[in-house]
Design a binder for this molecule. Sequence first.
Ligand code: GLN
Length: 489
Amino acid sequence: MALMELYELTIHDLQRLIQRREVTAGQVLRAFLKRIAQEEGKIQAYMTVTGREALARAARLDRRLEQGDQVGSLAGVPLAIKDVICTQGIPTTCSSKILEGFVPPYDATVMKHLYNAGMILLGKTNMDEFAMGSSTENSGYKATRNPWDVSRVPGGSSGGSGAAVAAGLCAGALGSDTGGSIRQPAAFCGVVGLKPTYGRVSRYGLIAFASSLDQIGPMTKDVRDAAIILNVIAGHDRCDSTSVDLPVPDYTTQLGREITGMRIGIPDEYFIEGMDREVETAIRGAIGVLESMGAKAERISLPHAEHAVATYYLVATAEASSNLARYDGVKYGIRARGANDLLAMYTKTRQNGFGAEVKRRIMLGTYGLSAGYYDAYYLKALKVRTLIRKDFEDAFKRCEVILTPTAPTPAFGLGEKTDDPLTMYLSDIFTISANLAGIPGISLPCGFTQAGLPIGLQLLGKPFDESTLLQMAFAYEQATEWHRRKPPL
Ligand code: GLN
């Protein structure tokens, strides 16, 4: 430990050091700012680095610590936030040109919780525009690099957050997950990513992509850190009517409990042709590790899984086409110049402001919702969504946790899939169902390819049973060393 740099430490390590006053929040912050100065040029994880505000906040916190004030569980912990989450006074772009210069007049509920817990905001992270994508290449500004191999993508859409955590450019991060955008980049970057149950975390101030699927969650260096952040951000919020009024347990209490006798469902449908051989081997290995700790693996079936991608791309695009109607040059971000009337102004603003993938989704969604096609596409998709949810209800009668790969392949090369949207969509084939069903899912490192790329293991749980997911993930993590490897920067 003595040999580790501050930027390499986990949140729970930093918590301890800061609260015992072995280091100051200022020292921790400066270690991260120095790391950013050294490595960000290579990785391009951030949209905005809020160094000045962070230094002021850390200094205030250190004064309070000196006075012996009570401070929160994240006191002095520097976090990075995906640029889809509104931050008062700090630009929030969704990595879209259309929101260039937009500075929210309010904080998202999760930001309020994090600040109250003493978190130091390091900055806002790059993403696929409006969270549409799986590689962060759809950002309207720049592509983020995978710290394990800078010629590869970090995954997406929370690729900036995933890369920042992996490269030690922050202690932890928030992402958002509509179809896999926390879990898939976590897998590609070799970190932990947790998508909570729909309704567990407030979406107030999360810029909407597909409102019935979106959920905010932590991306961290290990499982305990994910539990610590979830403790802070989970809970009911009057400002989000879809947030659920259930008590928030302490998500760290089940960590370290035995998993003997727990049943793990292995869905037949998730071991498909076309899956990377090294991924499959790593996943089979992980099942073996959990069995050796006394868990019981059992084959299960999720018969409608094959329809998940099609269903998702109807539901998500339909909701997106409606949510993105608000970007018309009137209230937010850029406004096209030189238009003679209102309609021309709308059209020109949207033409210039949105990237190709966002336009594709808006058109698809509008089509699926239009009169004459609504029943055949959108309504049909909603019915299939119900069947997918039922598959999980049935499966969870036989097991506590479902285990799958997070993604069918490790991180792919930059530019490899940009010309083929359908192949890009398939990288979410294993993550999408959890959003359609509303259930929680976690991705954690379970091995590396021969080329040194991380592989992610996904665990899915019953609604509002994040505790059991974290318990099993923690048990696996304790038995393995994958989470300790650092990218060769
Ligand atoms: N990659 C998926 C998509 O492009 C999921 C994105 C997400 O979860 N935000 O829609």
